[in-house]
Every structure is written in structure tokens, then in C-alpha cells.
Design a protein around this ligand. Sequence first.
Ligand code: ZN
Length: 309
Amino acid sequence: MLHQIQGLHHVTSLASSAQRNNAFFTNVLGLRRVKTTVNFDAPDVYHLYYGDAVGSPGSVMTYFPFPYAARGKRGAGEVGTTAFAIPLGSSTAWAERLAQFDVASIVQDTLFGAARVQFDGPDGDHFALIESESDGAPWTAGGVPVSMAITGFHSVALRLADTGAMVELLTFMGYARLETYGGITRLAVDGGNAANTIDLHATPSAPEAKQGAGSVHHLAFAVENRARQLEVREALIDTGYAVTPVIDRDYFHAIYFRTPGGVLFEVATNEPGFDRDEDTANLGQALKLPSQHEHLRSKLERTLEPLEA
Ligand code: ZN
């Protein structure tokens, strides 16, 4: 069993409009846009990163906004819900805030005893806010007071036709089964960051999910550094997984592998982080390009949608 995985690092999803996506995450949810860059594999599209005050691993929601992309279809074999942690006692204030912004499908309920607000993002993405004791370094300059501010991810919920192989994989990755209720199996990794929980929903009769705007593209797990990442890579390969070589994403190093049931996993390093190429005070304001795409700058500055600060 691996001991290097510390919980979630980031969650990456697809969107249909950079402007709408940016407005939702910064104005409605009050996260900080901690990096404005492009998809390294398709540089005519943004890669936008939102997180806490510094973009801590375990807080970073990222998007590839493909203009006018068709919506995904929910189903089995995907991340069904991305859940953020909010302070204890703040869920009703959040439900009211989301209603003020005309957010769709707001539902207040509880999950495993914790107060929760579920809602949809601008592309039908499914989100939840879950009250949790986690502290952190929330961003409060976006208009959400510290008494409510999102501190990072709480968990993600995967929808799978069959959860058995995923339980086996997550157990290998260092997660332990905590509890099962109403068809949901909850696992968590000990000694990691605050985003250490994963829920598995067994959805045997659901059609297969179809990826599009509003779908999660992949889920990234955090490891401390490149040495730990190589240990994880080797162990996964020894177990039979087809894992990519290490790829430099400028703000972290990444490896990817497809999991049983179809969800794409990444393992990302906590270092070097988002202050690698700009001051913490100015994170996310300027368009940052990786050196291999710097020659495209003048074209991209003309063609990418301008974003509100
Ligand atoms: Zn990623």
C-alpha cells in the first residue's frame, strides 16, 4: 500500500465560456483565480485555476473553457460531484447567497451527518459545499467573508457502474474505507491534506457518462515532490497500470493513468506551486505561458476572451 498520496491536489473540468466560468468562481464562490494560462496540449484554449489565497494543493479547481462546447451527459464512469469545504454553520448563508446569484438546483441537506448545499455550476457541473472543521487560507478579497469562505475541497464523489475495482485501487493508493450509507462508500487517506475524502456512488443502471462542458476531465492527487511521485509511478506500473511519463506542467509535475470505470487520475507534485512565475500578491492577473508556447503570445492575447480581474 502506498503512503505518498496526500489527498486531492486539483480537479480539472470542462467549460463552455471562460468569462462565465471566471465570473462564477470568483464572484459567486469567491475563490481566487490563482493562475491564468493556456492548456499546454491545446494552447488556443485557456487553463484557468481557482483556489484559496495561494492555490494550496487540495484547493485548486481548474478549467479548460472550450468556447461553445456542448454539455456533457451525466452518467457512470465520472466524477459526479465536486465538494468544497465551508465553515461550520455557514450552509444556510451559502444557500441564500447562491439564490441571490440565481444559481440553479440549490438543495440543502446533510451527508454523513454534515450540513451540505448542492447546486449546479454554469455548465450544469454538479457541486456541493459541505460544512467541515478544516481550516486553511481562504481568499476573502472576492466578497465572501471569512465566516463563509471556501477553505478548499472537501471531497469528490465518483459515480461508477461497479465500485469494487475502485475501492481496490484507492486502498492501494493509501485510502481506507470509513463508512457506507445509502449506496455511498466513503474512503479517506490519513495524514494528508484537508481534501482527503472520496465518496463512491454505485450506479449500476446509469448510462455511461459523456464528457463535455460541465464534466470533470480528471482528478489529481497530491504528492509532496518528484521523488514521491516516481515511487507512486513505479508502484502503479508494477500493479499493471499504464502510467504516462512525468510531464512538466510548470506549477507541478504530473503523471496520468486511466482507472477502472473510466475516470482519469493524475498524480501531481505540491512543488513548485503557483508563485513560481509571479508574486503571490499578483497571482492570476497576467496571462502566463509555458516557454514552449511563448511564441504564440501575441496571437493568444488577441484571440482569448478577456477576463474580469
Ligand atoms: Zn491536472
